[in-house]
Ligand binder design. Structure first.
Ligand code: PMP
Ligand code: GLU
Length: 397
């Protein structure tokens, strides 16, 4: 008899991964689908990083790595935080994990007790609320709509904090909306947090390098909250290394120690070869970042331009990451023959089946009017995808 734990029974599968798999399956069956679902750079990992991995194999980096990461990698991360974020950490405040997803899971498991509340601004990345559930915390979802560019206001934060609040999840640049919190906006949130010294901040900065409007600002730069902020980052997005699975945190020492203890019982150190590659990514030539950013910006502008010409699509101009996040509720209630579109899921399935483009329904990110489109694919694919989107939507009346 199947009898999964209660923890698993209430867990939703990752919609981003599900849509990606569905699209890959269709492609494997010979169907020409343009995949705009998963969020990962379409570029190959830079050559210098690949060379470092090959060298590590030849030099027999094949033994267990230290649980929190090789000293050389933690040193490279300390230097990266100093150089790019003006943040001061010591190496023992850094923990390297199997992707930023794993880093966030470690942090939640390390600080959340059953019943503790975690404030999760919506739209959110799919895995936050599910990981909070795994940690037996309680999600307090705070809705940020299109009118505030999908960012929460200080007042909303203030209203959401209770005596049970343990942490706030922040994601800037945001997946799925692509929005950035400006320094002023973060300062205003910090003003609220100053009044609540027991609230921790988990700041997911994995899209730091994909920022079209200026330099990245981390909430950890505010001295008032530095001691209770965990900065989550990794090499997946900035260095086109999603499959290598290297994420990391900079954290208060006791949280870093707790994550390391947990990781020592769950997964051990991240893959040795990938860690050696990550050292080169952080210390080596950084030109890949600017090159990819330029390509992403060009693609974003193209997609926004095409979408602005399609009836009923409401879209913000995302300043970062590689997603556009249109409100497509105009199409709800419309029909293609007898088939009625009632939700973002129906719309995404329609776009996949009739339009041959894979996207992710906003319902997976907490905003049921939206659809997430990842433009991390070739210019050629984007032309095809936008033609198909336009055509498919014309079919809904
Ligand atoms: N945070 C956000 C907001 C993401 O979009 C992703 C991408 N999957 C991650 C974390 C996890 O990244 P990683 O590949 O390093 O696990
Ligand atoms: N972050 C990416 C996305 O949102 C990768 C998939 C995942 O890890 O969920 O599409």
């Amino acid at each position: 008899m199947e009898n999964v734990s209660k923890r698993l029974a209430s867990l939703s599968p990752s919609a981003t991964i599900a849509m990606n798999q569905k699209s890959t399956e269709m492609k494997n069956n010979g169907i020409d689908v343009v995949n705009l679902s998963v969020g990962e750079p379409d570029f190959p990992t830079p050559d210098n990083v690949k060379a470092a991995a090959k060298k590590a194999i030849d030099e027999n980096y094949s033994f267990y790595a230290p649980v929190p990461g090789y000293p050389a990698l933690r040193k490279a991360i300390v230097e990266k935080f100093k150089r790019e974020n003006n943040l001061e950490y010591t190496a023992d405040q850094i923990v390297v994990s199997t992707g930023a997803k794993h880093s966030i899971a470690n942090v939640l498991m390390s600080i959340i007790d059953p019943g503790d509340e975690v404030i999760v601004p919506s739209p959110y990345w799919v895995s936050y609320p599910e990981q909070v559930k795994i940690a037996e915390g309680v999600n307090v979802i705070v809705d940020a709509g299109i009118e505030s560019e999908y960012k929460i206001t200080p007042k909303q934060l203030e209203n959401a904090i209770t005596s049970k609040t343990k942490a706030l999840m922040l994601c800037s640049p945001s997946n799925p909306s692509g929005s950035l919190y400006s320094r002023e906006e973060l300062a205003a949130l910090v003003e609220v947090l100053k009044k609540h010294p027991d609230v921790f901040i988990i700041s997911d900065e994995i899209y730091e390098h994909i920022n079209f409007s200026g330099t990245h600002v981390s909430i950890a730069e505010f001295p008032e909250v530095f001691d209770r902020t965990v900065v989550v980052n990794g090499v997946s997005k900035g260095y086109a290394m999603t499959g290598w699975r290297i994420g990391y945190i900079g954290a208060p020492l006791w949280i870093a120690k707790a994550c390391s203890k947990l990781q020592g019982q769950m997964t051990s150190g991240a893959t040795s070869i990938a860690q050696m590659a990550a050292i080169e990514a952080l210390n080596g030539d950084q030109s890949c970042i600017a090159d990819m950013k330029m390509a992403f910006k060009r693609r974003r502008d193209y997609v926004l331009d095409r979408m602005s010409k399609i009836q009923g699509i409401k879209c913000t101009v995302p300043d970062g990451a590689f997603y556009v996040y249109p409100d497509m509720s105009f199409y709800f209630g419309k029909k293609n023959g007898s088939e009625k579109i009632n939700s973002s899921m129906d719309l995404c399935l329609y776009l996949l089946e009739k339009g041959r483009i894979a996207t992710v329904p906003g319902s997976a990110f907490g905003s049921p009017n939206n659809v997430r489109i990842s433009y991390a694919t070739s210019d050629e694919n984007l032309v095809k995808a936008m033609d198909r989107l336009e055509e498919a939507l014309k079919g809904l009346v």
